[in-house]
Design a protein around this ligand. Structure first.
Ligand SMILES: Cc1cc2nc3c(=O)[nH]c(=O)nc-3n(C[C@H](O)[C@H](O)[C@H](O)COP(=O)(O)OP(=O)(O)OC[C@H]3O[C@@H](n4cnc5c(N)ncnc54)[C@H](O)[C@@H]3O)c2cc1C
Length: 341
C-alpha cells in the first residue's frame, strides 16, 4: 500500500477532474487524481477519443483525445499525481481531512473533489455468447472504438441501435472492408440525420443492416473471429463474415461506493450548492456531470466553470482566513512561465 499526502484529492480524471488540477494549482494547492480507468480523460478517452467536439470554447473543433492531452499539459505545471486503474473504495474522515483508499493506495487530503461524471462505467455485454471472453481477450470483440485505424480493411459488425452504433457505421464505412449493423428492432434510436446518412450507405452497399436480429454466437479459433451468427426473434439464424465485433449497447454506470458516503447521491447524481460546489458533507465538493443543481447543463464546458468555483471553495476550506480575490492567469502566469518564480 502506497501513501500520499496532498491538499486536494480529486476522484475522476475526466475533463472536469483534469481542469480541477489547474484551478486548484493556480491557487497554490497540490492535487492527487484517482481514477478507476487505466487512462486519464474520462468519457472522452474511454468512449470517443477520435470524435471531434465542436462546443469547447476557443476550439472550433477538437478531437476528444486531443482535448485530454491539452488538459493534461495545462495541469502539468502543478505536478499532479495520477493514481489510475483502481476505483476509490472508501472515504474516511478524520480531524483536519480525509483518507481515501483504493486497492493499493491510501491518500490523505484536506479537501476531496468528486469529479466522477457518470460514475464508474462498465459496458453492457452480450453475456449470452458462450465464448465471449476468448474474443474479448484477443481484442476481436470490443465495447468502444479507441483507435479506428485498427478497423481499416476489416469486416466489422456493430451491434446496437443507438447513436453510437449508427455514428460508427457512418464513420467506418469509408475505412472498413464492410460494416454490418445488427439491431434487435427495426427502428434506430439515433439522430435522424445520422440514420439518414447510414441509410444512404446501405443503398451504396457499404453497410448492411440486420434487423430485427441479435447476436447468437461467435465463430473462430484462438481468439481470431471469423463469423458472427445472428438470430431473429423466431430463432431463424444467419451468418455474417466478421473479423471484429463492436458492441454498442451503452454503459451501465455504477456509482459504486459513493452511495455509502453520506452525500445524498440519487440516481448517480450528488446535490451541490451551485455557488460553492459543496456537497452536504463539509470538505467534500462535487463538479462535472455528477454534480446536480437546478438548471444544470451537463456539458464539458460546465465542468470547467464548476472547477473554478470549487477551487475558491477549496481555499475557503483550507485557508478560511484568506480573502478570495479573482486572479488573472495573464498577470500571475503559471509555474515555469516567464516572470513567475
Ligand atoms: C458519445 C458522447 C459524445 C459526447 N459529446 C459531447 C460534446 O460534443 N460536448 C460536450 O460538452 N459533452 C459531450 N459529451 C458529454 C461529456 O463527455 C461529459 O459531459 C463529460 O465527459 C463529463 O466530464 P466529467 O469530468 O464530469 O466526467 P467523466 O468524463 O464521466 O469522467 C469521470 C471519471 O470519474 C471516474 N470515476 C467515477 N467514480 C469513480 C470512483 N469511485 N473511483 C475512481 N474513479 C471514478 C470514471 O472512471 C471517469 O473516468 C459526450 C458524451 C458522450 C458519451
Amino acid at each position: 500500500m502506497s501513501n500520499y499526502v496532498t491538499d486536494v484529492a480529486i476522484i475522476g480524471a475526466g475533463p472536469s477532474g483534469l481542469f480541477m488540477v489547474f484551478e486548484a494549482g493556480f491557487l497554490g494547492y497540490r492535487a492527487v487524481v484517482l481514477d478507476a480507468l487505466p487512462q486519464i480523460g474520462g468519457q472522452l478517452a474511454a468512449l470517443y477519443p477520435e470524435k471531434p467536439i465542436y462546443d469547447v470554447p476557443g476550439h472550433p473543433h477538437i478531437l476528444a483525445g486531443d482535448l485530454v492531452k491539452n488538459l493534461e499539459a495545462q495541469a502539468a505545471p502543478y505536478s499532479p499525481t495520477y493514481l489510475l486503474g483502481e476505483p476509490v473504495e472508501a472515504l474516511d474522515e478524520q480531524s483536519g481531512g480525509f483518507t481515501l483508499r483504493t486497492a493499493s493506495h491510501r491518500v490523505e487530503a484536506k479537501v476531496v473533489v468528486i469529479a466522477g461524471g457518470g460514475g464508474m462505467f462498465t459496458p453492457r455485454k452480450p453475456t449470452q455468447l458462450e465464448n465471449l471472453a476468448e474474443f474479448e481477450a484477443s481484442g476481436a470483440v470490443a465495447y468502444a472504438i479507441t483507435r479506428k485505424a485498427e478497423l481499416a480493411g476489416q469486416d466489422v459488425v456493430l451491434a446496437g441501435g443507438g447513436d453510437s452504433a449508427v455514428d460508427w457505421a457512418v464513420e467506418l464505412a469509408a475505412l472498413a472492408n464492410h460494416v454490418h449493423v445488427v439491431h434487435r428492432r427495426n427502428d434506430f434510436r439515433a439522430a435522424e440525420a445520422t440514420v439518414a446518412a447510414m441509410m444512404q450507405l446501405v443503398e451504396a452497399r457499404k453497410v448492411t443492416l440486420h434487423t430485427p436480429y441479435q447476436l447468437d454466437a461467435l465463430e473462430g479459433d484462438n481468439g481470431r473471429l471469423e463469423r458472427v451468427r445472428l438470430a431473429d426473434l423466431d430463432g431463424a439464424t444467419r451468418e455474417v463474415q466478421a473479423s471484429r465485433l463492436v458492441c454498442c449497447f451503452g454503459l451501465a454506470p455504477s456509482s459504486g461506493p459513493l452511495s455509502e458516503w453520506g452525500l445524498g447521491l440519487e440516481r448517480g447524481l450528488i446535490p451541490v450548492a451551485r455557488t460553492s460546489m459543496a456537497t452536504q458533507r463539509p470538505g467534500v465538493l462535487c463538479i462535472g456531470d455528477m454534480a446536480a443543481y437546478e438548471g444544470k447543463v451537463a456539458l464539458i464546458l460546465t465542468g470547467f466553470a464548476e472547477a473554478a468555483v470549487a477551487a475558491k471553495t477549496v481555499q475557503a476550506h483550507i485557508h478560511p482566513e484568506r480573502k478570495y480575490k479573482v486572479q488573472y492567469s495573464t498577470s500571475k502566469g503559471v509555474p515555469g512561465t516567464p516572470g513567475v518564480a
